[in-house]
Design a protein. Structure first.
Length: 202
């Protein structure tokens, strides 16, 4: 399921993202859930890479176009305000810049008020020996069999897990994205019961 379809489904179910009527102020419908006040969008798109021997440029700048299309839909039709959008493209999307933005979210977002959607579009890889998936920022470089200035999915997960937002969705549009590990660590406890479990993650 694509990121836009996910958001549309959420809007249709009136769970986490509400729909903006054109030329009307956005507002959330009463669903019985205590919904976050702020929806943050972190977009990372890399179509052009610094080290061509490691990553060839993506044709038709597709990665950047994809995140820009996502930004347009979410800010025009859903409750993502432009001042809550952070976008890094091509040479802006270095490993350091991506890490620093995630650390900023760790310091500023709260469970009471915030939800976060992270969308990465660009190159990825999978190390068969280590059984590890990677995503490649702009300055990723392969040297002697190692991917420098990149993120393993477990490294990215660790950064995300320290963000205190109530809802976090991490979408990866890259090769080997299926090797990404889940960022949801709140497992269902049968002893807790369904209703209390839903309340604990709502």
């Amino acid at each position: 399921m694509g990121v836009l379809q996910w958001v549309k489904n959420m809007g249709n179910r009136n769970l986490k993202v509400s729909f903006k009527e054109k030329n009307k102020k956005s507002k959330q419908k009463d669903t019985g859930f205590n919904l976050p006040e702020n929806y943050h969008l972190f977009l990372i798109g890399v179509s052009e890479y610094q080290h061509k021997s490691t990553c060839k440029d993506l044709s038709n700048t597709c990665a950047v176009k994809d995140i820009e299309s996502t930004e347009k839909v979410l800010t025009e039709y859903y409750t993502f305000e432009q001042n809550n959008v952070k976008k890094l493209t091509n040479n802006q999307a270095t490993r350091v810049n991506i890490r620093d933005q995630l650390i900023k979210y760790q310091e500023t977002l709260t469970k009471e008020k915030d939800a976060l959607l992270i969308y990465f579009a660009g190159h990825g890889a999978f190390d068969e020996d280590e059984k590890t998936g990677y995503i490649f920022p702009y300055n990723a470089r392969e040297e002697e069999g190692s991917y420098n200035f990149s993120f393993t999915f477990s490294q990215f997960k660790a950064l995300i897990e320290d963000i205190k937002a109530r809802y976090i969705l991490f979408v990866v549009d890259s090769c080997f994205a299926g090797s990404a590990v889940s960022v949801n660590t709140r497992k269902f406890d049968p002893q807790l019961g369904k209703e209390k479990y839903i309340q604990s993650i709502a």
